[in-house]
Design a protein around this ligand. Structure first.
Ligand SMILES: Nc1ncnc2c1ncn2[C@@H]1O[C@H](COP(=O)(O)OP(=O)(O)O)[C@@H](O)[C@H]1O
Ligand SMILES: [Mg+2]
Length: 273
């Protein structure tokens, strides 16, 4: 195959993989958040498309984590937080009183900034969720879920001979992949990641980024990142936040080359942030 053909094939595959017409998996409609008297988000409208990585960018304190936490009701755990507007998952209002929040958080999993494995074995870290959600009928099934989850999180080869050792004994990058395996183990549909690489070195970061790209085949991913390079590398859509407002949202390549809003332009060229 000559280089031209290979290039056009690659473009075609990329266009296909970017899947601009994927269904809307989650939708934020006029989302507001207050912490006590302080308003942190103002009427945010944002669609998250299935099997895509959506990056949330913007300067520190602009509301990225606040918005992310709305998507699986983690803000419920903050006493002063009040969420307004509407958020749907597969067109279903996730703030409807009939929604079981534990089940919602299994469908919409979360990976945090600092790897936070339980002080238990590698095996138990991954087995915990499936066990409490009753996903395995017996030990053999649980073993299989643990193995598959570790494989999907690209950690199996490094962990398979030390499943009974503490998760906290792994390196930082391995711990973060363990946390991703733990999220995957309960068969989520959406995975939320809040600056998942900020505590990792460049090599571990590259591994997690590569993993994120693989995961979107099977999951929908929303990632908060303060690294514009990371947003450009891993996401198909980028949403820019500023002072609690969604400034604009669009295909990642457009957002980084030809944004509509001056604030995005200023942010990506490093004028503030
Ligand atoms: N638990 C909280 N209690 C009170 N204010 C908060 C809390 N979390 C965030 N905030 C405030 O909400 C705003 C948005 O914060 P955050 O969503 O963490 O921004 P980002 O993730 O973009 O850095 C900030 O002004 C921040 O101080
Ligand atoms: Mg944050």
């Amino acid at each position: 195959m000559n280089i031209m053909t290979e290039k056009s094939l690659e473009d075609a595959v990329n266009a296909e993989m970017n899947r601009p017409n994927e269904p809307i998996k989650m939708r934020g409609d006029q989302v507001t958040v207050h912490y006590g008297d302080k308003q942190a988000l103002f009427g945010v409208n944002l669609d998250v498309r299935q099997n895509q990585v959506t990056a949330l960018i913007g300067p520190s304190g602009c509301g990225k984590s606040t918005f992310l936490r709305c998507l699986n009701r983690m803000n419920d755990t903050i006493d002063s937080a009040r969420v307004g507007g509407k958020i749907t998952l597969d067109n279903e209002d996730i703030y409807d009183p009939k929604i079981d929040v534990v089940e919602l958080r299994a469908r919409v999993g979360m990976v945090f900034q600092k790897p936070n494995p339980f002080p238990k074995s590698i095996y138990e870290n991954v087995a915990y969720g499936p066990r409490i959600h009753g996903l395995a009928k017996n030990k053999a099934e649980l073993d299989e879920i643990v193995e598959k989850s570790l494989q999907k999180a690209a950690l199996w080869n490094e962990a398979k001979d030390r499943l009974n050792e503490p998760g906290t004994g792994l390196s930082g990058g391995q711990q973060q992949r363990l946390c991703i395996a733990r999220a995957i183990a309960v068969a989520p549909e959406v995975i939320l990641m809040d600056e998942p690489c900020s505590a990792l070195d460049p090599i571990a970061t590259a591994k997690v980024e590569e993993l994120i790209d693989e995961l979107r085949e099977n999951y929908t991913i929303v990632i908060v990142t303060h690294s514009m390079q990371q947003a450009a590398r891993v996401s198909q859509r980028t949403a820019m936040f500023h002072l609690g407002y969604l400034v604009e949202e669009g295909p990642t390549d457009k957002m980084f080359t030809n944004p509509d809003d001056k604030r995005t332009q200023d942010y990506i060229t490093g004028r503030f942030g």
